[in-house]
Ligand binder design. Sequence first.
Ligand code: SF4
Ligand code: SF4
Length: 123
Amino acid sequence: MTRNQYDCSKCPGFCCSYSRIAISDNDIKRLAKHFELPFEEARDKFTYHYTADGCDERVLRHHKDEIYGSICRFFDREARRCTVYTARPYVCRTYPYGSKCGYYEFLKFERTHQGDDEHVPTC
Ligand code: SF4
Ligand code: SF4
């Protein structure tokens, strides 16, 4: 198995700021169980129905974030980490779909060139 060449603990959570993080009914069931809520209540509390551009998806709700503008509602904006890690949706378990993360490469490059290990490029 190839070792991951990214370190999420050094990243402010860019992938959790994607505006459309689509999840399945199974993901909602897992979150509902985690929070001990009925399925419908968890679905409505944690997701919304996105239907623009020919899409028909259940998407995670966001809250405001000072770095990226908005970020997944489950993201802890102080600790910069997921608060539902064990119950996180499938897409969050599989991203970035390989041993490399494009944003992490960008982050490393910019931090090296800025000479600042804390620098966060936002565009
Ligand atoms: S953008 Fe990449 S490095 Fe940052 S949290 Fe997501 S997977 Fe980890
Ligand atoms: S559920 Fe967790 S890992 Fe998935 S987008 Fe939200 S904060 Fe990030």
